[in-house]
Design a protein around this ligand. Structure first.
Ligand code: UD1
Length: 429
């Protein structure tokens, strides 16, 4: 496959309306959950991104038949006859481990390759394993493969997570819906994507209450009573936040639709603190700005705190503000690699442990830069749109993992942007 880059000509204004796709972080887990209902599940509002293609491969490897029609996907899980997810898939996408919970629920057994480290930190799975052990799961690691068994079946338990991990909450949820008795997850993650997953599980016949709060209660039901369903994925709050940052950077007015503003409460407060005006409806948000950007301090926290997945985008805003902002990353280690790329475009950023001291500069300059991860890639493209001159963004495959037609959507908002085969300036071609 030809490697591509994105070329942006700067000093452009973003204005107009854009519709966000379904949430990547929801759709991936909804696809995994479909394993629990034998038959044809239909998922709607599924984004056209490469992580979804990878999850499709994971399900197909297990024996499922997956068909797509635009943003709708049908997953026939009746033929699923295997419970192994190999390293070649888990190493490409860590979210593959979200099949662990449903496979245990369906087969009482699962083989899933241990995920390695990744670019934004060590990303352990100890909380997934401890929680599942409380439900009666035994784990052994054999040649890098995690082997889960349930010799005495799954039983309900009271689990308190050390940290409200999104992935651990989801795996526990998907296994406990078929455990015997009641499970309580305390200090559960409260992300909107968890609520979306719980809604789908309930549509399938599960009994989950409290999702979206830090205590989730699950009354186990027999596996046979779960059935396929038809479910629409919630809108992508991170994609929405990314476009709103684009509007805030260039002045807007820019409207994102397909998103519940409540999902972005903290990010919207920060946009206002930075001098932006906002208007909201039931499923849309409009941003505009006339005055210079003000600095602000941000610390990432689990939902409803400020999302780590919007940290890079807001660091870019801070880099263009009049004054000094401090950004603190509390969720992932090593999530400041983006700063070095932004500094290459003229930003003034100093990293001290998990704090970034960002001194605003009057102008960014176009430069060749590399996406270090998905959200950093999204932010670098926005940086190119406001910078002076031309920016080439390499590592487009990171952006394709989670932003559907990012270039097309930005062009429709007024960006001078195109994709083309990568030249060899990044030394990797
Ligand atoms: C999910 C999202 C990701 C988002 C993150 C936090 C998906 C596919 N990805 O990732 O985009 O940035 O939530 O909102 O939904 N941890 C442990 N042990 C564990 C589990 C987690 O130490 O067993 C640590 C991680 O290393 C990390 C922190 O807890 O430092 C948060 O991780 P978690 O909430 O689990 O994030 P993910 O589910 O991996």
């Amino acid at each position: 496959m030809v490697r591509e880059m994105i070329v942006v000509h700067g000093n452009h204004h973003l204005e107009g309306e854009v519709r966000v796709s379904g949430a990547k972080n929801s759709a991936l887990k909804l696809m995994a959950a479909s394993l629990l209902g034998q038959g044809c599940t239909t998922l709607r509002n599924v984004p056209l991104i490469s992580d979804i293609s990878l999850m499709t491969s994971v399900l197909e490897r297990l024996g499922a038949r997956v068909t797509r029609d635009g943003h709708s996907m049908t997953i026939d899980t009746a033929p699923v006859n295997a419970f192994e997810t190999p390293y070649e898939l888990v190493s490409k996408m860590r979210a593959s481990i979200s099949v662990l919970g449903p496979l245990i629920g369906r087969f009482g057994e699962a083989l899933v390759a241990m995920p390695g480290g990744c670019q934004i930190g060590a990303r352990k799975i100890d909380m997934h394993l401890l929680g599942l052990e409380s439900l009666g799961v035994h784990f052994a690691v054999e040649h890098g493969i995690l082997h889960a068994t349930t010799p005495e079946g799954l039983h309900g338990a009271h689990v308190t997570l050390d940290f409200p991990s999104v992935g651990a909450t989801e795996n526990l949820l998907m296994a406990s819906v078929v455990a015997e008795g009641t499970t309580v997850i305390e200090n559960a993650a409260r992300e909107p994507e968890i609520e979306d997953l719980a809604s789908m599980l309930n549509e399938m016949g599960a009994k989950v209450s409290g999702a979206g709060s830090s205590i989730i209660e699950i009354q186990g039901v027999p596996l046979e009573s779960l059935h396929p369903c038809d479910h629409a994925t919630v809108g992508d709050r991170i994609e929405a936040g990314t476009f709103l940052v684009g509007g805030a950077l260039t002045g807007g007015p820019l409207t994102v639709t397909g998103i519940n503003p409540a999902f972005l409460h903290m990010a919207l407060m920060k946009l206002q603190a930075m001098g932006c005006s906002l208007e909201c409806g039931d499923d849309w948000i409009r941003v505009s700005r006339e005055e210079p950007l003000c600095p602000t301090d941000i610390q990432t926290l689990p939902h409803p705190g400020f999302p780590t997945d919007l940290q890079a985008q807001f660091m870019l805003l801070a880099a263009c503000a009049e004054g000094t902002s401090i950004i603190t990353e509390n969720v992932f280690e090593n999530r400041f690699m983006f700063a070095a790329e932004l500094v290459r475009m003229g930003a003034d950023i100093q990293i001290e442990d998990h704090h970034a001291i960002v001194r605003g500069v009057p102008e960014l300059q176009g430069a060749p830069v590399s996406s270090t991860d998905l959200r950093a890639g999204g932010a670098l493209v926005l940086a190119g749109i406001v910078a002076e001159g031309e920016t080439k963004i390499y590592g487009v495959e990171h952006i394709d993992r989670g932003y559907e037609d990012y270039v097309g959507k930005l062009r429709s908002l007024g960006a001078d942007i195109r994709r083309c085969p990568a030249d060899d300036s990044d030394g990797r071609a």
